[in-house]
Design a protein around this ligand. Structure first.
Ligand code: SER
Length: 593
């Protein structure tokens, strides 16, 4: 079964169980400051998991593109990827464990669907702790379906609990499904490493909301959130041992082989390098090709993208790929996926241009770092030294962007060692500092539905409209990030705003507040919304029902909500800062006082 057949079969299976198929969301989360990227299908659904009604009903399913870079160091093994597709089905306060698990089992084992043998299936369940009890219900359901006790494992929170990557929000125990790839290997269990058990699906039972103070409070509505990895599942369906042997990667690896001077099977390092290049090219293409368009940079999503591209260059060099190697690889990814993700085809030139530009910048960095390092080495040798200090290696890494591997390689050629221990120490200190920075930057948010974030969310709609009125119709939302303290709004506009324009926009928003405009919501088909002139990203598919928020006669926008009932609730709006976010994109920070 191919990935394309799997996607179709999954969606039609859940349609037959009363689910509406909804579009996948952008990789760049909207209004959710707790994560940089959409890491699972549930992310765009957080407001609905917390109780907002969804316009398509209580049973939903889709295919969601996801980015997760937390395990970037594991990329290169059989199953870890930084970009992957997730199939998901959701119950918003509708069915719960009984149906969710039974449907997972049916889809996995029925000969009409995936047809795995029930004996291949191993499952894990939450063992319970001080926050929540052991999930005996799930254990009982699996038993009833015929999974023997020897194939049901209970594990702690770190294995069998799921919540959003952010610290607060909907969460709960989960049950994970694994395929045993070496049934004759004797004892062993999922989660032990070694690649024997391939995790393919996760059913999360969202019964709790984790609060700011760390408490787990039962949710008013118990939800189901499931996620099945497309790449991993087709790997198992095709009887392969790694995701790279499927049709999703084989052409990409062959293209890498065409340009490389080392064969993929030459040794373990070469295999890893091929896989890392393939994975990172795919992720970079999807991030650059996203509807919300991100470019490499030094902050947030742009920084993650920059790291992926540069890491790809580094591994590409190790297998002898020459400058300009991105083009044929990225074209292969775009062509392979554009039927399912048309945004990639539409942004083809942008993707290729940015990859080439970032590769060029990195080459310059490398040249500069090499020259710098050359001077240091000369100096060391002149003084009869044999070791490059960790401090200098870290400075090269931190301020010149020069990778440690390169420093080690060049020093090695000159018969010098590098103080790796001291480098690691400096690196860890730096990482702690930047982690703290990240957490501060992404604290709180609309995901919590608080009064203040809701107000700022409505103010964001007013701002969007005012910007279009003052600056022109070319203004399009590029990103929105709301915390309890402020809103941040990114939009396309070529120039810095003049102080007059800023004042004009502020005045328009404040006028809309003074006018005490009512906010109302209606549900309609996406075509209708478009016809009515609603602002939106319009990545919804034809015929899909969407929520449209009207603020008096002032603004009309497709949006998941929530919003205040009247603009009179907002207070005074003030723009704190207008600055550049990336090329052609401006960023506004504003507050309500
Ligand atoms: N959110 C869960 C996961 O990512 C299920 O979709 O595993």
């Amino acid at each position: 079964m191919t990935a394309s057949e799997l996607r179709d079969m999954y969606l039609s299976f859940f349609q037959s169980k009363g689910h509406a198929v909804i579009s996948g969301a952008s990789l760049i989360p909207e209004n959710d400051p707790t994560v940089l990227f959409t890491t699972a299908g549930m992310h765009p659904l957080v407001p609905y998991l917390l109780g907002e009604p969804h316009p398509s009903g209580k049973r939903l399913c889709n295919v969601q593109k996801c980015i997760r870079t937390g395990d970037i160091d594991a990329v290169g093994d059989a199953s870890h990827l930084t970009f992957f597709e997730m199939l998901g089905n959701w119950s918003l306060g509708d069915y719960f464990k009984e149906e969710a698990i039974a449907w997972s089992f049916e889809f996995l084992t029925s000969p009409q669907y995936l047809g795995f043998r029930p004996e291949q299936l191993h499952v894990t369940v939450f063992e319970g702790d001080a926050d929540a009890p052991r999930d005996d219900e799930s254990v009982a359901i699996w038993r009833k379906l015929g999974i023997g006790d020897s194939r049901i494992y209970t594990l702690p929170k770190e294995d069998n609990w799921w919540g959003p990557a952010g610290k607060t929000g909907p969460c709960g125990p989960d049950t994970e499904m694994f395929i045993d790839t070496q049934p004759n290997a004797g004892a062993g269990r999922p989660g032990q490493g070694g690649g024997r058990f391939f995790e393919i699906w996760n059913d999360v039972f969202m019964q709790y909301e984790k609060k700011d103070d760390g408490r787990y409070v039962p949710l008013l509505q118990a939800n189901v959130d499931t996620g099945m990895g497309v790449e991993r599942t087709v790997t198992m369906l095709q009887g392969r041992t790694s995701v790279y042997e499927t049709e999703l990667f084989a052409p990409l690896l062959a293209a890498i082989g065409d340009g490389a001077s080392v064969r993929m099977d030459a040794n373990a390092e070469a295999t890893k390098a091929y896989r890392v290049v393939a994975d990172h090219v795919r992720s970079s293409v999807f991030i650059l090709g996203d509807e919300r368009g991100v470019a490499p940079g030094n902050l947030g999503q742009g920084y993650v993208l920059r790291r992926l591209i540069r890491r790809a260059v580094r591994y590409a060099r190790a297998i002898g790929l020459k400058e300009g190697f991105f083009k044929p690889l990225a074209e292969g990814v775009i062509d392979g996926y554009k039927a399912v993700y048309p945004e990639l085809g539409a942004r083809r030139d942008h993707i290729l241009m940015e990859l080439a530009a970032e590769e060029g910048k990195f080459e310059k960095t490398l040249d500069r770092g090499t020259a710098e390092l050359g001077k240091v080495i000369e100096n060391l040798k002149a003084h009869g030294q044999t070791t490059l200090s960790g401090r200098v290696a870290f400075r090269l890494y931190d301020t010149c962007g020069f990778p440690l591997e390169f420093t080690e390689e060049i020093c090695g050629e000159q018969g010098l060692a590098v103080d790796r221990v001291a480098f690691d120490k400096a690196f860890d200190q730096h990482r702690d500092v930047s982690r703290q920075g990240m957490e501060q930057a992404f604290k709180g948010g609309l995901a919590d539905n608080s009064e203040m974030t809701t107000r700022l969310h409505t103010a964001t709609h007013l701002l969007h409209k005012a910007l279009q009125t003052v600056l022109g119709e070319h203004v399009k939302q590029k990103g929105s990030n709301i915390t309890a303290e402020r809103l941040r709004f990114d939009f396309s506009h070529p120039d810095k705003m003049t102080p007059e324009q800023v004042a004009q926009v502020e005045a328009m928003v404040n006028q809309a507040i003074l006018d005490k405009l009512p906010v109302s919501m209606s549900v309609m088909a996406v075509e209708q919304a478009k016809e009515n002139g609603a602002m939106a990203l319009f990545n919804a598919k034809y015929g899909e029902q969407v929520k449209v928020y009207a603020i008096g006669g002032y603004s009309l926008e497709v949006c998941g909500g929530p919003h205040v009932l009247n603009t009179a609730e907002l207070g005074r709006f003030r723009i704190v800062k207008e600055e550049s976010s990336s090329a052609g994109v401006r960023r506004i920070r504003a507050v309500l006082e």
